[in-house]
Design a protein around this ligand. Structure first.
Ligand code: NOJ
Length: 582
């Protein structure tokens, strides 16, 4: 389970299905997912690959030590060469940066740290010219307490914007209205001395929750979405949307009997009255209607990605009825998974089985809230995980720098920035280590990220783990990503082919992607730390008499071009291969 924001997982919802699934026998017949029809031109994201840019850390163009929009524009050619189709940019809106942009003080501007609206326009134009779509991060659960709306709201009980936020009287005996907690620790309620009432905040006290039950607030937020769509945004990643709506009766959250001190106070309660409430899907549906209204104009769909840590069953709800939800509710199943073959196999199977017919899958292995892939799994397993990520069916998301094998960077106490660490020090909840500067080169100061002092330290392995070096090394992690991304583009079987998860053999997770006569691919990943062999089960269509042969077209160990007999394939520890079958 993700460490930092694991508190965003409604415990009752996630733990039960996934753990139960992990114990199921691996021989259960996996579901076969049929090949998807040819992509309608408007659904570019189905064959696309999303790349998450954390703008503070990608490229600094003005030497102030913090990345910016011009910096991203300067690096678009790198992203084009890498072969991704869309960038999702974490928030760059005006913000006091208490939560590094996830506290928005103006939904229709650009923070001066990151540039100007003109810089955004230039970025969108340059990205589109390269065939790269631009997805913005829409932080709609809460604003900053410095947003003019909140300043008005807190000014008096009768202010017209009072109801744009969530205000309650103190409990009868004094103190917070109920036991709801903040994700970052402590009560979710803060008393405001101006009126003596409490306001609710699911995150920091500087991030008051917006009241999505208020029609005027709804209108204002949807107008902000239109503002960016009018400027060329291709969609939104919807931050923390399961938190949008709270219980209208303000009932206490029940105690979590499984909570252990040391894992973050938020987990001590089950957030059943503060997440996944009735009404959440209605908000998503309103957002989707806005997105669809742009598609109706020019035929190009605008993508909504929903940030949701939940069981497959729960996240499927957010595809919405009749498509009135997010196109891609994020699938974090593998992000939090221990690197064990039974768990990995089961999570893939659970997710694919639960996927509603006609809905498009997606996979996430890293983001700005969780330890780096190469730190969680180790460098070799991280490469094998890339083989999974980029050959499973559906839209993958790559977190910036994971394509290089970037690792968490230890942050000295005096350089800690993240409120998650500052509010609950020592629990390992801080997210700075996975947010450090992109490693462009070993031959310039600060890895080529900035000429100033970087806001977080640059990794000490920058001399070996960097874009410039890895572009010259055909055995590098970057070369592996580029190869896999190219295959997805050229091979319809990998982009839209059918999917069959094969019975697990020991530590090997295996699946088949097929597109009629246009190709059959077998992915094999040895999730174990000892060498092994994979032999398709008798009767499996792979073997056809035990003689079927194939060619490795991508792999973690540089065996490209090797011919293999699909009846018995040797795999090194943590090796992943993609085999084109004849
Ligand atoms: C989820 C974001 O990914 C995280 O970084 C942020 O702290 C919270 N939402 C609050 O916006």
């Amino acid at each position: 389970m993700p460490r930092a924001l694991r508190h965003l997982v409604p415990l009752g919802l996630l733990a039960a299905p996934l753990l139960a699934g992990a114990q199921a026998p691996s021989s259960a017949a996996p579901k076969v997912i049929p090949a998807a029809a040819v992509t309608p031109a408007d659904r570019w994201w189905e064959e696309g690959v999303v790349y998450q840019v954390y703008p503070r850390s990608f490229q600094d163009s003005d030497g102030n030590g913090v990345g910016d929009l011009r910096g991203i524009t300067q690096r678009l050619d790198y992203l084009k060469t890498l072969g991704i189709n869309a960038i999702w940019i974490s928030p760059f809106f005006p913000s006091p940066m208490r939560d590094f942009g996830y506290d928005v003080a103006d939904y229709t501007g650009v923070d001066s740290t990151f540039g100007t609206l003109a810089d955004f326009d230039a970025l969108a134009k340059a990205a589109h010219a390269r065939g790269i779509r631009v997805i913005l991060d829409f932080v709609a659960n809460h604003s900053s307490d410095q947003h003019p709306w909140f300043k008005e709201s807190r000014s008096s009980r009768t202010n017209p914007k009072r109801d744009w936020y969530i205000w309650r009287d103190p409990a009868p005996g004094g103190g917070p209205p109920n036991n709801w907690l903040s994700v970052f620790g402590g009560s979710g309620w803060t008393r405001d001395s101006t009126t003596g009432q409490y306001y609710f905040h699911q995150f920091l006290k500087e991030q008051p929750d917006l009241n999505w039950r208020n029609p005027e607030l709804q209108k204002a937020m949807l107008a902000a979405m239109r503002f960016w769509l009018d400027r060329g945004a291709d969609g939104f990643r919807l931050d923390a949307f399961p938190h949008f709506v709270e219980d209208s009766l303000f009932r206490d959250n029940p105690v979590n009997p499984n909570w252990r001190p040391g894992s973050g106070e938020y987990d001590s309660l089950q957030a059943v009255h503060t997440t996944h409430q009735p009404g959440t899907l209605d908000v998503l549906c309103q957002m989707r209607r806005v997105a669809n209204s742009y598609q109706a104009r020019d035929g190009r769909s605008r993508l909504l990605i929903g940030e949701v840590y939940a069981s497959p069953q729960q996240l499927n709800v957010y595809y919405g009825k009749n498509g009135c939800g997010a196109q891609l509710p994020s699938n974090f199943g593998l992000l939090g998974a221990p690197w064990k073959s039974d768990v990995i196999w089961q999570r893939i199977d659970d997710y694919m089985r639960a996927l509603p017919a006609g809905r498009w899958p997606n996979w996430v292995l890293g983001n700005h809230d969780n330890p780096r892939l190469a730190t969680r799994l180790g460098p070799d397993a991280a490469r094998a995980a890339a083989v999974l990520l980029l050959t499973l069916p559906g839209t993958p998301t790559i977190y910036y720098g994971d394509e290089l094998g970037m690792r968490n960077v230890p942050i000295p106490p005096d350089r800690v920035q993240d409120p998650a660490e500052k509010q609950q020090p020592g629990l390992g909840l801080g997210r700075d280590p996975e947010r450090t500067p992109m490693q462009w080169t070993g031959s310039a100061p600060n890895g080529g990220f900035t000429t100033g002092t970087p806001w977080l330290p640059v990794a000490s392995d920058v001399d070996s783990v960097n874009v410039a070096r890895e572009q010259r090394d055909s055995a590098s992690t970057l070369a592996l990503y580029e190869r896999l991304l190219k295959l997805r583009k050229t091979e319809p079987a990998l982009a839209r082919g059918s999917f069959r998860l094969l019975p697990r053999q020991g530590d090997v997770v295996a699946f088949l992607r097929e597109d009629g006569s246009r190709g059959r691919y077998l992915t094999l990943v040895n999730v174990g730390t000892t060498a092994t062999t994979y032999a398709p089960a008798a009767g499996d269509r792979l073997t056809r008499g035990g003689k079927r042969r194939g060619t490795i077209v991508a792999g973690t160990r540089g065996r490209r071009g090797d011919r293999v007999t699909a009846a018995d394939i040797a795999l090194e520890p943590n090796e992943g291969v993609v085999i084109r079958l004849k």
